[in-house]
Structures are given as C-alpha cells and as structure tokens.
Design a protein around this ligand. Sequence first.
Ligand SMILES: Nc1ncnc2c1ncn2[C@@H]1O[C@H](COP(=O)(O)OP(=O)(O)OP(=O)(O)O)[C@@H](O)[C@H]1O
Ligand SMILES: [Mg+2]
Length: 352
Amino acid sequence: MQQATKTPPAATQTNGHDGFGKTNIREEVVLDVKDLRTYFTTRWGTVKAVDGVSYFVRKGETLGVVGESGSGKSVTALSIMRLIPSPPGHIVGGEVLLNGRDILQLPEKDMTKVRGGEIAMILQDPMTALNPVFTIENQVGEAIAIHQNLKGKALWEKVVDALKKVRIPAPEQRAKDYPHQLSGGMRQRVVGAIGISSNPGVIIADEPTTSLDVTIQAAYLRLLKQIQAEEGVAIIFITHDFGIVAKMCDRVAVMYAGRIVETGDVRSIFNTPRHPYTQALIESVPKLEEKTGRLRQIEGQPPLLYNLPVGCPYAPRCTRVTDRCREEYPPTEIDAVKTHSYNCWNPVPVKK
Ligand SMILES: Nc1ncnc2c1ncn2[C@@H]1O[C@H](COP(=O)(O)OP(=O)(O)OP(=O)(O)O)[C@@H](O)[C@H]1O
Ligand SMILES: [Mg+2]
C-alpha cells in the first residue's frame, strides 16, 4: 500500500481537499472555494446538498466536477454564483474567494456586477439558455449592456465582435435571427458568446441532466477550449462523464452525496483512482474497443441527502466496505506522490 499522510480526524477537519495537481502551487488561483455548505429546508428535513466542498481553479486551467445525478454539482455552482433560491436554500458556511475576495460577503448589488462579469455560468443546453422570442442581437446585446454602458452602433459592433469570437459565420446576418433559426451547434456558440461577453476570469459550464447530442457536445467542448486558449479563462466543467473529464480537464473533483471524495490531477486519478466510487465512475466510461458492449453500471442508488447515515455515504454500495466505513467518515488522505487526495478507509490499492 502506498504511504499516506494523515490529516485531522473527520470531526475536526473541513473535508478540505486541496486539489493539488502537478505542482501543488496555489499561485494564480482565481477561484478558491473553501468548506462550502448549502442546505435546503424541506418538510422531510434538512437536505445537505453541499456539505463541506472545497475546490479551486487556476488561471487558464480546467477543473472537472464529476459525479452522479443529485451529488450536488449544480448546487455548488449555483452557490458560487449566489443563485440558490432562498427559501428553501441557505448557504450556511464556507467561503468563495474570487481573486482573493469572499463574494459570499458582498451586498447583492455588487454581486450583480460580479455575476456575468468576473464569473459567468454557461448552461450547456442552448435551448434553455436562450429565450425563443428575442433575436440573437437582443440577447447578446443585453448581456453586454449590463456590464458596459453601450448603446446603438457601439453596442451593435460589440455584439458582432462577440459572435465573431465564437466563430459564427456571417455574424451580421445571424444577429438578426431568432434561436430556432440556428442549428444546435450555432445556438451553443451564441450561449458561449453571451458567457464571454464580459471577459470573465472564470466560466462555470454546467451539463444538462439529459445528455446532449454527441456532435453538439464535441463542438461545445472545442468552443470552450478555444475560448480558454484565447482568453486564458479558468473553466469549471460539470459533467457525469469521466471520459469527457479525461479529455478536457487538468484536475478533477469527484462528488458524492454533497462532498468531494477524491480530487487532484486528472491523469493521476484516472490511472490510479483510490476511492472505489471514482474507480466505478471510470469503469462506467465506454472504451473504444467495447463500443457494443454494455457499460458497467454502479450498483444501487445514491443516498437521500436529508437523512444521511453516519460514516461514509457510499458504504452501502461499496465493494470494499469495512465495518469502520459504516461508523465514521474517513479523513482526507494525501497520496505519497501528492498528486491527489481522497476520503476512504479502504482505498483501492495502487497497481505496481
Ligand atoms: N430547491 C431545492 N429544494 C430541495 N432540495 C434541492 C433543491 N435543489 C436541489 N436540491 C437537492 O440538492 C441535491 C443536489 O442537487 P444538484 O442539482 O446539485 O445535483 P447535480 O449533481 O447537479 O445532479 P445532475 O447531475 O442531475 O445535474 C439533490 O438531492 C437535490 O434534490
Ligand atoms: Mg446538475
């Protein structure tokens, strides 16, 4: 077994994965989320949708956030944007440092400038992100006008520029179209243009629950990478699919039941996952040679978040479960090579 460094026990620790990555350098960290907790008050009890999440992303880097449906990926993102409906939701703890400033403490009027300004959230589903009754010009123009006091010809030029940036052909004509007149891929580009119109330092791209057409998805990923190469923006990419993470991201945070259970350098996690849940997610990625075969499904269901058992919430589904797993939440362990960290009492052995 690999040597691991112990961090404080679960009761006192903040589930504070640091993300690590190749260098362990925290320079150029644009967004630093620390021990974020978002709970919903429901008639069944308190839903701990996000329960001590920490992750960060550096300038020009892509962080993947991966996990099954309901694991808290979107609620984390919406909490960062301060878009949690309240009631029933409340951010009950943690910090969201954007360029060193805790945006959870900002008055709402300042937050309006930050949102869609320094940080933008792009929905991956272009049909829900665009309003069918307004033209592309209206929608891109509105996004620009919020952050830059422009009107008339100056605004029009900015709209055309934004459409050019995302490689929309004949932008002057396309600007006059309504969303339904564009192809899925073009609509996706328009959503991208809206997202980058304010030159944000961070883009959060959230995958829809229903999967996108694969060709649209591929075009979308290329677009994000192209924007990143040109603008140096940090991207948080939210998905169910570890295969996409492996292609797209520098680092990854694996979420289960409102917590990060493993995080770090993508290559290191993909090659030597230590958490059995991460391993199961990786095994559920289709391999090229197995295109016709059935994918391995993770047995069982994720737990209900309003009545979590003590111990590790993955224990009932875990193939490596021990008695201790049912009794106590595991502390954060750091791999000897310091490329990633995980919370597991009985981690997957490292293959020699
Ligand atoms: N308004 C709400 N009231 C009560 N519970 C909520 C509310 N919004 C979200 N939740 C709960 O928070 C948990 C996390 O949801 P979230 O949308 O973050 O999941 P997700 O990981 O993004 O899933 P998906 O992959 O399906 O998008 C879920 O259990 C969900 O039921
Ligand atoms: Mg979601």
